[in-house]
Design a protein around this ligand. Structure first.
Ligand code: CUA
Length: 322
């Protein structure tokens, strides 16, 4: 069931929203009410028995059974209700339907990649069919990340060396934000993705078409698309500014000093090696934090990225010439 947006949460867009939201609001409002009773009571007593200079004799209360039973039994009932209620929803979220469509999710510093059963793969964009159970089989290549789509009310840690699983049905076509909610280093706040929910028919077409092959456009333009689609932009600028890694607007054909003091020429092979085996030559003054794109980028895509980097450098030449 989908639910409406409030100041606390965006509108719920998955099968779980109708179950998660009531328990969330119950806990929220119960906490607010209990907070007001406890803090309000404390405040009232502090005020009532404040120091006035007059001598006030308080009555000697030894016990009040009615009051004691009340403040014991009501919270016990609430806690039991919340336990069974929450456990019931927890079980539903953890028992994956057998016919669920499985997508492999990989978290790494600092992007998400998604592998589909037919070999398609995308970066930072999860495309799923509406109203169909989707199972996400998730793992991390480095540190702990956490997969969170607020509209779907699903959140799960993505851990190295083991799989974690979540499933859900997205109810309405649209684009939803995906966040990493486990602090995973410098680029954590940039580790953002989109979940695009499409009709089942569109989804089948999309899967068959493959994840965008760059046909009919110049390699450098395809490279510019990949720069965003494959999340290079998280760590590399194209305007020369320093982010996590060196800017793509480098002096192609020129040289660069790497860690250890050697000098390398910025050419096709250097870029290719830096994409597939990023630790081989680290630009001096930068941290060795780039993950390998082995298995994520196809040869043609690497070619396109190189063409794109070259085209940025041509711009420099032109600027210089002008
Ligand atoms: Cu990945 Cu935070």
């Amino acid at each position: 069931m989908d639910t409406t947006a409030t100041i606390w949460m965006p509108a719920g867009q998955s099968n779980f929203a109708g179950e998660v939201d009531p328990i969330f609001y119950f806990l929220l409002y119960a906490s607010i009410i209990l907070f007001l009773i406890v803090v309000g009571g404390t405040g009232y007593l502090v005020w009532k028995y404040r120091h006035t200079g007059k001598e006030i004799k308080t009555p000697g209360v030894s016990e009040n059974l009615t009051l004691e039973f009340t403040w014991t039994i009501i919270p016990i009932i609430m806690v039991i209700v919340v336990f069974f209620w929450g456990f019931n929803v927890f079980m539903k979220m953890n028992i994956v339907p057998r016919d669920a469509y499985e997508i492999k999710v990989t978290g790494q510093k600092w992007f998400w990649s998604f592998d589909y059963p037919n070999g398609n793969s995308t970066v930072n964009e999860l495309v799923i069919p509406e109203d169909k159970a989707v199972k996400l089989l998730m793992s991390s290549r480095d540190v702990i990340h956490s997969f969170f789509v607020p509209e779907f009310r699903v959140k799960m840690d993505v851990v190295p060396n083991r799989y974690s699983v979540i499933w859900f049905k997205a109810l309405n076509p649209g684009t939803y934000n995906l966040f990493c909610t486990e602090f995973c280093g410098k680029g954590h706040s940039e580790m953002l993705g989109k979940v695009r929910v499409v009709t089942e028919r569109e989804f089948e077409e999309w899967v068959e078409a493959g994840a965008g092959g760059g046909e009919g456009i110049p390699p450098s333009e395809y490279g510019a698309q990949l720069y965003k689609a494959k999340a290079c932009n998280t760590c590399h600028s194209v305007d020369g500014s320093r982010v996590v890694g060196p800017s793509f607007k480098a002096d192609f054909g020129g040289s660069r000093i790497i860690e250890g003091g050697q000098t390398v020429v910025i050419d096709e092979n250097y870029i290719r090696e830096s994409i597939l085996n990023p630790q081989a030559k680290i630009a001096a003054g930068y941290d060795p934090v780039m993950p390998t794109y082995q298995g994520i980028l196809k040869d043609k895509q690497i070619d396109a990225l190189i063409a794109y980097i070259k085209s940025l450098s041509d711009n420099i030449e032109q600027e210089k010439a002008n």
